[in-house]
Every structure is written in C-alpha cells, then in structure tokens.
Design a protein around this ligand. Structure first.
Ligand code: PLP
Length: 480
C-alpha cells in the first residue's frame, strides 16, 4: 500500500467506522458464533502474494463483525463501560501513524511531555491534590499505564521497594536481609476488590489478606486494623492497602478517610483503585467519595472505562515520583541520554520498555468535549441508571440489591439464585441486550451497567422490556 492507496483505504475505512458506530442499534449486541468459527472464514495460512485493500475490506463483515460482541451498542449493559469517541479514535490513528516509542525523553520529547501535561490536566479535572501534579513541584506525577491491573502491580512493587529503603536495604543489591524482608510482607484489600489485586499478589509473590466488607460493601476498617495487628504480632510486615472506589461487584466505595488515617498511623502505603468510578470525579458532586484522598500514595483511574478515551488508557499517579523511578530503574548504556534527570523517562515508571503515544487521545478528547462535555456524559449515564432503577422499583417482583451510586444497577428477581441464573441466561441468549452477573455473599446478582456513549432513555426502556419479557417466562416456567 503506497500513500495514494492509503488515502483511498483510509477514507474508505473512516466512512465504514462512522457508519458502523452510527448504526449499532441495528445489530444484535451479541454474535451468533461458536468457538472456532474463525476456521471457517479465514484460511489456515497467510497469502503468498499481497492482496488488494478492497479484498480485506470486503472480509471485515464476514470475519470480524460476524464474531463481534458490540461493546458500543446501546444494548450492551455488561461488565463496566469501555470508552469510545471519535476524537479518541483520531488520537489513536495519529499515534499509530507516528509509531514512536517514548521510553525516554530523548526518544520522543513530545510523547513524554504531552503525557505529563495530560496527567496534570486530568488530576486537576478530578480534583486530586496538587502533590500528584508535576506542575506543583511537590514531588509527584502521573503516567499512563495500559490497565488498572498494571497500576496495582506497580503500586505493590513500588511500596515494597519503599519498605526496603526505609530499612536501609538497597533493593538492587543481593542481600539476605532483602529476602528476609520480602518474605514477610503482607498486602491488604477488601473481599470486594477486583480480581486484579489478587493477580498482583500472585505476580509479586506477596501475601494478600482479603478483609471482610461491611453492609455497604466497603472494607471493614476495624477488621483491617485487627488483621494488621495480628500480622505484626507474627513478625510480618504490613506494607500496602489497596482500597477501591467503585467496586466491580456493586460499585461500592471504601472509606478512604478511615483507611487513610490507619495507613498513616501504621506507615503503610495506600493505593486506590478507582478504575471505573474515578472518572465521575470530574463532577464535583461525586468527590465526597474520595474524602481522605490526602492520605493516598498512589491513585489509579481508567479514562478508557468511563471518560470517552478508548482503550488502553489507565491514569496512575504517585505522590513521590522518586520511589517509582528508583524501584524499576535499570540503565543500560544504549538507553542513556544527556537529558537524564531533567525530566521523567517514562521507561522507569512501567513494566515494559516500549510505550505508545497514548496521551494524544486524552488531548483530543479533553479538548473536544471540554470539562463540561465530560461532566454531561457522566451525569447523563448516572441519570439513565436511576431511570432503570425506577423501572425496577415499579415492578414488585424485583429487588434492587444495593444503592445506585454511579452508572451501575444491581438487581435480582425476588427468589433463589437459580431463578436469577435462568433469567440472565435467557436474556443473553435472546441477543437483544447483554448483561453480566456477580455473586455477593452467595447471592446471585444481575448487573446492569449503562455503557455506550449513545445510550439514551429509549434504550433503557427497551432493556427493561427485555428483562420483563424473560422474567415473565422464567416465572411462568417456575410456577408450573
Ligand atoms: N479494578 C476495578 C475496580 C475494575 O472494575 C476493573 C475492571 O472492570 C479493573 C480493576 C481491571 O481493569 P483493567 O482492565 O484496566 O486492568
């Protein structure tokens, strides 16, 4: 493909993308394929000779769309949202075109500096304390990671490095004292936190205590305090608490104020996973959920979930950037440059060396929507969740399981788990809407998330009609 052919193919594809996004309501949200379907539509070997663009283009429907779950369909209410917007797609296109690898400042100055600027903008937009901003000169800063899972792992690795430093042990030196300390570390999180916390503990070979949750599904802070005491009495070293603002199960919020004070007293790193709900803090009326943020050492939120910046884009801030830079700093000659130390080299802030120019899509989205446009998006989605809640409340066969705090509604048919398992199975098999379940305290719960940017009141009423239709069917079947 040369430049002229690219111009044609690119325009062709852009038209296809716009048509696809604008006509998503007409496609079933879930595909009708079985595992292995691709073998019927893609040859088993790559072509020997290059093919014209039009042949590939013509295969998109049969190969890709046939097996596509349409995450941006207004009928997609599963998991949590993943973001999509036209300015973000433009940012990804430009990033793909530049294809730079911004691991050091010298390797791609604009890639580094625009990211620093966007992380400062975003911190201000969320109302985070200024010590997380590079611009404040107070020692903190932010970086784009791929996912919240990576940020949790990075926070764990940084905090354990801090424990070693505090005890006068150089984490880069082979030393028995180092391995003795590492073997005694304990991390803490609530039993409601995302599975990525457990994964981070597996990856870092660190003990993890799952602390019980209270009635509101937040972490039980008294149970946390007691467990820390028990662990210290056994000669272990509590080193990090991972709190969640907006749990995946029910969008519950941990009490940062109480957890933060405890962490301060105990000298424990506090990391916050606000993967989904953190985006809502662009609206000042939701910031009370992060009371206690001043105690936090690292904070992570996914604009790729709820803030119209396409995957992947996880924002991660640390209070003290020197810790993250020290923790992962390896410095071979081929990566050194004369500006080292004057400005961050983001290779030290992440696991891989290579990194994409992801701040472009933040830049485009933030400028295109403005803070007001992003606030409108969040408020609209929360309002739609409340509308779904009202519809549920109008039907006494259903119960809403937890308070609707953001764009997630957790509900169930009054009755046993089997009935609800049957209900969601029937709904998803219809391919009209897509829902996912969870289980809390052995109760099977159906989660309804407002996801697509284009989702509107009519879509919510349509979803409700589907839920009611299958509720009628499963209840009739059950009764006889
Ligand atoms: N944390 C929470 C609270 C989540 O809800 C999720 C995903 O839904 C994650 C972490 C994992 O996100 P990621 O895919 O960015 O790792």
């Amino acid at each position: 493909m040369d430049a002229d052919q690219f111009r044609i193919a690119g325009k062709h594809l852009i038209d296809y993308i716009a048509d696809y996004i604008e006509s998503l309501r007409t496609r079933p949200v879930l595909p009708d394929v079985k595992p292995g379907y691709i073998n019927d539509v893609v040859p088993s070997e790559a072509p020997e000779d290059g093919e014209p663009w039009i042949d590939m283009f013509n295969d998109i429907e049969e190969v890709v769309m046939k097996g596509m779950t349409h995450w941006h369909s207004p009928n997609f209410h599963a998991y949590f949202p993943t973001a999509n917007s036209y300015p973000a797609i433009c940012g990804d296109m430009l990033s793909g075109a530049l294809s730079c690898i911004g691991f050091t400042w010298n390797a791609a100055p604009s890639c580094t500096e625009l990211e620093m600027k966007m992380m400062d903008w975003f911190a201000q937009m969320l109302g985070l304390p200024d010590h997380f901003c590079f611009g404040s000169g107070k020692g903190g800063g932010g970086v784009i990671q791929s996912t919240a899972s990576e940020s949790t792992l990075i926070a764990m690795l940084c905090s354990r490095c801090e424990v070693l430093q505090d005890r006068g042990v150089d984490h880069k030196v082979e030393d028995e004292a180092k391995y003795d300390i590492l073997s005694r570390l304990v991390a803490y999180t609530s039993c409601q936190s995302h599975s990525s916390v457990e994964k981070a503990s597996l990856l870092s070979a660190t003990r993890l205590r799952m602390i019980a949750s209270n009635e509101q599904m937040g972490m039980d802070v008294n149970a946390l305090r007691s467990q820390i005491l028990v662990d210290r009495n056994h000669g272990l070293i509590p080193f990090i608490v991972i709190a969640t603002l907006g749990t995946t199960n029910t969008c519950a919020f941990d009490d940062l104020q109480s957890i933060g004070i405890l962490c301060k007293e105990e000298g424990i790193w506090l990391h916050v996973d606000a993967a989904y709900a953190g985006s809502a803090f662009v609206c000042p009326e939701y910031r009370h959920y992060m009371n206690g943020i001043e105690h936090v050492d690292s904070f992570s939120v996914n604009p790729h979930k709820w803030l119209l910046v396409n995957f992947d884009c996880n924002a991660f801030w640390v209070r003290d950037k020197h810790l993250i830079e020290d923790a992962f700093n390896v410095n071979p000659v081929y990566l050194k440059h004369e500006n080292e130390g004057k400005i961050p080299d983001y290779r030290h802030w992440q696991i891989p060396l290579g990194r994409r120019f992801r701040s472009l899509k933040m830049w485009f989205v933030f400028r295109s929507y403005g803070v007001k446009g992003l606030q409108d998006h969040i408020r609209k989605q929360i309002k739609l969740a409340h509308l779904f809640g009202e519809l549920l409340e109008s039907d006494t066969r259903f119960e809403i399981v937890d308070e609707i705090r953001m764009g997630l509604v957790c509900f169930r048919l009054k009755g046993n788990n089997e009935l609800n398992e049957n209900l969601i199975k029937r709904i998803n098999r219809s391919r009209n809407i897509f829902l996912t379940p969870t289980k809390v305290n052995d109760r099977f719960i159906i989660r309804f998330a407002v996801c697509a940017r284009t989702c509107n009141e009519e879509d919510i009423r349509f979803a409700w009609s589907v839920v009611q239709k299958y509720a009628n069917i499963v209840l009739t079947e059950m009764n006889g």
